[in-house]
Design a protein around this ligand. Structure first.
Ligand SMILES: NC(=O)c1ccc[n+]([C@@H]2O[C@H](COP(=O)([O-])OP(=O)(O)OC[C@H]3O[C@@H](n4cnc5c(N)ncnc54)[C@H](OP(=O)(O)O)[C@@H]3O)[C@@H](O)[C@H]2O)c1
Length: 340
């Protein structure tokens, strides 16, 4: 476990970096991304912060807090519903027109639901889009800006996706992908959706780290954090005060979660593949130290190697997931069709 004291000391040192770091926080109006954006505002010097979400009132509150924490912070809200990939292309075009580089792409969008498949106008399941396709579309669109950041001081160029790299193997899960139906058009259940979003995020980011060696890619598990995540589940909002008390000993406090995720987003322990040496460098998701892709637990440590996930990688998961995702993006974003 990386001690909170070490994390706070590292985050405090961000002040000494060149001013004007740029961060995009997808899902930044609430929960873990908001808490991390607030930590970024607290510790960075004159940071530019883009918050992406739907709620104007939540964004107004977030921006007011950032301005109080750090009057030199420059927060901007970009309001959009990212369950449609075409909206992501529009919002990324806005960012690209304003910025020459991007140091940090931090993503948490999602929600909990008991409902089954909900198809969007683009033919994909809405929850699966938020947990996987939307995030990887942001990565694809913003890679030129991330690559540009790697070429100038302080060379920070990182993608962080917060979900759960190990959900598919916890409690006896098989850690397998259904390569015949990666988008789950015919085999959707909440379980397969959870497993595919996690595994496809794992292997897509691993493929990106191999191809874009000056940017590093993190998939992080936050553990339990009291946020608005369960607001759409019937009765849960009524139970939240009681749940908060009962579960407190097992939860990560929201402010600590933000500090821990800022560490995952900025520490030199998680370097890109091109700079993967050094005594403190973490073992990457494929078992190679400094591979450029890191699957982290809530405490800042890499998950141990897992035989089931290694087997899925051995079945060609990285190539198959990249190919499928590129095909979805081509069909939906370039040709304006539904998928499949
Ligand atoms: N919290 C936990 O205990 C926990 C545990 C394990 C994994 N996770 C995972 O961690 C991630 C972050 O969770 P969190 O607890 O921070 O959740 P949260 O507080 O509910 O935040 C989710 C964010 O997603 C945004 N969002 C949802 N639908 C959107 C849409 N259609 N378009 C644009 N933005 C949208 C929301 O913004 P708007 O409402 O403004 O649109 C909100 O800012 C989730 O993927 C979750 O599954 C969380």
């Amino acid at each position: 476990m990386v001690k909170l004291q070490a994390i706070r000391a590292h985050n405090a040192s961000l002040k000494s970096l060149a001013p004007g770091l740029v961060g995009v926080f997808v899902g930044g109006t609430s929960g873990i991304a908001l808490s991390t954006a607030l930590a970024f505002a607290r510790h960075a010097s004159s940071p530019k912060i883009y918050l992406i979400g739907r709620s104007q009132s939540a964004a107004d509150n977030a921006i007011a807090s950032m301005k109080t924490i750090n009057p030199s912070a420059q927060p901007t809200f970009l309001q959009t519903d990212i369950s449609l990939l075409k909206n992501i292309d529009t919002v990324c075009a806005k960012i690209t027109s304003k910025e020459k580089r991007l140091n940090l792409l931090f993503m948490t969008p999602g929600y909990m639901t008991m409902k089954g498949r909900e198809e969007t106008a683009e033919g994909l399941d809405r929850k699966f889009v938020l947990h996987y396709y939307a995030r990887m579309r942001f990565v694809t669109n913003l890679l030129p800006l991330l690559s540009a950041a790697a070429q100038s001081e302080p060379n920070l160029s990182r993608v962080v996706s917060v979900l759960d790299p190990h959900v598919s193997v916890r409690v006896g899960g098989a850690g397998k992908l259904n390569f015949a139906d990666l988008s789950l058009k015919d085999t959707f259940t909440l379980n397969t959706c959870g497993a595919h979003a996690s595994l496809m995020g794992n292997f897509f980011l691993e493929g990106m780290a191999q191809r874009h060696v000056n940017t590093s890619f993190v998939h992080a598990y936050p553990s339990g954090v009291a946020t608005g995540l369960m607001r759409d589940i019937p009765l849960v909002p009524l139970l939240i005060p009681v749940l908060k008390i009962l579960l407190r000993p097992f939860m990560v406090p929201i402010e600590e979660s933000g500090e821990r995720h800022l560490f995952a987003a900025t520490s030199e322990r998680f370097p890109p593949k091109a700079h993967g040496e050094g005594s403190d460098v973490t073992v990457g998701s494929d078992g190679t130290k400094g591979s450029g892709c890191y699957w982290l637990s809530w405490d800042g440590q890499a998950f141990p190697q897992n035989a089931k996930l290694d087997r899925t990688r051995g079945e060609g998961a990285v190539e198959k997931v990249l190919q499928h995702t590129e095909e979805v993006f081509k069909q939906v974003c370039e040709e304006g069709k539904t998928y499949p």
